[in-house]
Design a protein around this ligand. Sequence first.
Ligand SMILES: C[S@@+](CC[C@H](N)C(=O)[O-])C[C@H]1O[C@@H](n2cnc3c(N)ncnc32)[C@H](O)[C@@H]1O
Length: 237
Amino acid sequence: MLLVGDGDFSLAVAMVRLAGGDGSRLVATSYDYAEDVRDKYKQAESNIRALEKAGASVLHGVDGRRLHRKKELRGELFDRIVFFFPHSGQQRVHVNRLLLSEFFSSAARVLAPGGEVHVALKTFAPYIHWNAPGAAAAAGLDLVVQHPLASLQLREHGYIHRTTDPNAVKFRSVDSMLYVFAKSAAAEAAAASSKKRRAATSTSTEIAAILDAAGGTLFPVALSAEARPIKRRKLLP
Ligand SMILES: C[S@@+](CC[C@H](N)C(=O)[O-])C[C@H]1O[C@@H](n2cnc3c(N)ncnc32)[C@H](O)[C@@H]1O
C-alpha cells in the first residue's frame, strides 16, 4: 500500500494498528520535507518511529503528482494507493482540481493490475466542486464505490486529521467521503469484491475497503527510504 500526502503520519500509524501491527507492506509518504514535517506536527517524530519499528517505509518529499518519477519507489506497482484529504494548501478550486487530476494520472501509472486508488474528501463546498470522480475518469479510473467516512475506527487507533497548514481551521472528518477508484477494466470486478468485503467484515466499511479483504493485511510494496528535499512553501489556511 502506498499512502500519499500524510500529515503527521498518524493515518499510517492507525492503518498499521488496524492491520495487526505489521507495517512491512506499507510505504507512508509526506509531501513535506522531513524537517518541515517535524516542525509542523509535534507528534510526527514519534509516529515515524512507531512506523519504522513496525517495519513500514517512510518517505518524505513525495509529490503525489509525480509518483511515477520518484526513484525511491523503484518503479513498483501498488495494489492500494491512498490519499486522505488532498489539499494543495491554496484555497483555490482550480489549483486543487489540478492537484487531483495530476495525482490520478500519476497514480494510474503506478497502480498494479486490479489495484484501487482511495481518496477521502470533505462533502461540502468548496471541496465537492473539485469533482474527484471526473478527474479520476479523465485518468482512466472509474469510481467503484464510495463510503461515508466516519473514521471512528481510524481515530480510535490514533488518526488525527491534519491540515496542510497546522494552524488552519479544523473540520469534522465525519462530513467526508471515501471514494474508491479502479482502472476501467478492473472496476467491475473491484465493485463486486467490495460488496463481498462489506458483507464479510466486522470492521467499518472504510477500513474494510482499504485493507486487504483476505486477512486485513496491508498490500505488498517495495521498501525504500530516502528523503528528497522540497522547497519550503508558504502555506495559506
Ligand atoms: C488537508 S492535509 C491532509 C493530511 C493527511 N492526509 C490527513 O488526512 O491528515 C493535505 C495534505 O496534502 C499534502 N499535499 C499537498 N500537495 C501535495 C502533493 N502535490 N503531493 C502529495 N501531497 C500533497 C499536504 O502536504 C498535506 O499533508
